[in-house]
Design a protein around this ligand. Sequence first.
Ligand SMILES: [Zn+2]
Length: 56
Amino acid sequence: MLWDPPKCINCDKEIEKNEQVYAKLRYPKRKGFTEIKAYLRNEAVFICENCFDNKK
Ligand SMILES: [Zn+2]
C-alpha cells in the first residue's frame, strides 16, 4: 500500500496490519467505489478496537 498507515483518532496509535478497526466516513454521493483507498484516505477516520471498547 502506498499510503501512510492510518492512525486512531483517539489515541494516535498506528493501526496495525490485520487489526480490527472502526472507520467513520461519509457515504459517497455517487454510486460505486471506484477508488476505495483514495476515498478512505480522504474521508475516513479510524478508531482502534481498544478505544472503541473503552467508549462503551
Ligand atoms: Zn485508539
